[in-house]
Design a protein around this ligand. Structure first.
Ligand SMILES: O=C(O)C1=C[C@@H](OP(=O)(O)O)[C@@H](O)[C@H](O)C1
Ligand SMILES: C=C(OP(=O)(O)O)C(=O)O
Length: 432
């Protein structure tokens, strides 16, 4: 990641319409669930970003045929029992989602698998997956630090009652993929409800996955007959959030973001922005593979916000952007219960603090969050910002730079390719 980009503060507001790329979480799952089903799965609006392409590549390493035609991705599923071992390590790149979901999937296959990832992913915790899976009979060897590279020795699995120690959709999904292969039902109890795309999509393919009224107790009935489906991936709300923030913060903006997912486990940023005084309205609601709609966003003056643990899962990937909103708002904001940010692509509590401080923002780290005193009169101490190789930090800083007079350099700007390769081109489309 070597690319440096110059970003110039905007004199005019953002204007126009944009359809953001497909949802990253749903794109990963459409490939994985398509691969273990019988028959063809056709994916519309698949997110062709580096992370999702690692899921695609790893499935090809396991013998799955995946083709592309007329901008659709086709997965030629033959059922889970047709996955075949890969002699070479499965390449996870930078993608935590690929790794954790595939560890759950391959733990129950009758062969061994090897996983490796890039330098950032190789620092991220994997015991959160290997430990609950071990209760089901899985055997996953990690480094002494509990990280990749991993060796999965495939075993028969048994259903268990599993109380998860972290609120993580990746961990929940790993246990669900293992539970599909077990010889009796698996009951998962989450600390807090997290994004539910795995459950929704597996139901569409024919599985019986029962979610209790508390939204955090999930029962997986094993050995379903899964049949290939048509998937229409809605726009990624985590990608839409960058433009929602930009349109809010740059005066005289008014934009429409088309077909964005409105799954309530993902709309935390929308709700928080509204609570801070943001002007966001939902226009046309549509049903793609999940509920979605168009979002109209206009510039607004914001006030501070307090977030605690229960707020975090629905906004986990947008928290760097919430920090940016808070940095431009009136008053002192506090985010707590967000210690998960420390184990993302970077320690996002540290990288957000380091980079926003360079812009003159009054921001302090907490062990599990941030305290930010907002102001619209930042005094940058440098004109060089750095994504630290973290896509979400890079895009948040690009939005921050739009709010400033003059130009800033963003180093390692190409990190955006991990989840949003066309980010800078799409941003340009809204700049008049
Ligand atoms: O399940 C998923 O698709 C994801 C879950 C979240 O991670 P955790 O489950 O670790 O919170 C999120 O940060 C990640 O970008 C995608
Ligand atoms: C944390 C993220 O992804 P992953 O865990 O899949 O690497 C992210 O996209 O912000």
């Amino acid at each position: 990641m070597k690319e440096t980009r110059l970003i110039t503060g905007l004199k005019n507001g953002l204007k126009g319409e944009l359809a953001v790329p497909g949802d990253k979480s749903i794109s990963h799952r459409a490939l994985l669930i398509g691969a273990i089903s019988q028959g063809k799965t056709v994916i519309d609006h698949f997110l062709k970003s580096q992370d999702c392409l690692h899921t695609l590549g790893a499935l090809q390493q396991l013998g799955v045929t995946i083709t592309e035609q007329n901008s659709q991705v086709q997965v030629w599923g033959q059922g889970i029992e047709h996955l075949s071992p890969s002699a070479a390590p499965l390449e996870m790149g930078n993608s935590g989602t690929t790794t954790r979901l595939m560890l759950g999937l391959l733990a129950g296959r009758p062969f061994d698998s090897y996983f490796q990832g890039d330098a950032s992913l190789s620092q991220r915790p994997m015991k959160r997956v290997s430990e609950p899976l071990a209760k089901m009979g899985a055997e996953i060897a990690l480094t002494a630090a509990g990280t990749l590279p991993a060796k999965v020795k495939g075993h028969k699995l048994h259903g268990e009652k599993i109380a998860l120690q972290v609120a993580s959709a990746q961990v929940k999904s790993a246990v669900i993929f293992a539970g599909l292969q077990a010889d009796n039902p698996t009951k998962i109890i989450e600390k807090l409800p997290t994004r539910n795309h795995t459950e929704l999509m597996l139901r569409q393919f024919g599985a019986e996955i029962i979610t209790a009224a508390d939204q955090r107790t999930i029962t997986v009935i094993p050995k379903p007959k899964l049949l290939g489906q048509q998937i229409q991936v809605p726009g990624d709300p985590s990608s839409a959030a960058f433009f929602m923030a930009a349109a809010t913060l740059v005066p005289e903006s008014s934009i429409i973001l088309k077909n964005v997912s409105l799954n309530p486990t993902r709309t935390g940023f929308l709700r928080i922005l509204q609570k801070m005084g943001g002007k966001v309205s939902i226009l046309n609601q549509t049903k793609l593979s999940e509920n979605s709609g168009d979002l109209k966003v206009e510039s607004a003056k914001l006030h501070a916000i307090q977030l605690t643990a229960a707020d975090i899962p629905a906004v986990i990937d947008e928290l760097p952007l919430v920090a940016l909103l808070a940095a431009r708002a009136t008053g002192k904001s506090k985010i707590t219960g967000a210690e998960e940010l420390r184990v993302k692509e970077t320690d996002r509590i540290a990288t957000v603090t380091e980079e926003l401080s360079k812009l003159g923002v009054n921001i302090q780290e907490l062990p599990d969050g941030l305290v930010i005193s907002g102001s619209t009169k930042w005094q940058p101490v440098t004109n060089q910002l750095d994504s630290h190789g973290d896509h979400r930090i890079g895009m948040m800083l690009a939005v921050a730079a739009l709010c400033i007079q003059g130009s800033l350099e963003l180093q390692q700007a190409d990190a955006v390719k991990i989840s949003y390769p066309g980010f800078f081109a799409d941003l340009q489309q809204l700049i008049v």
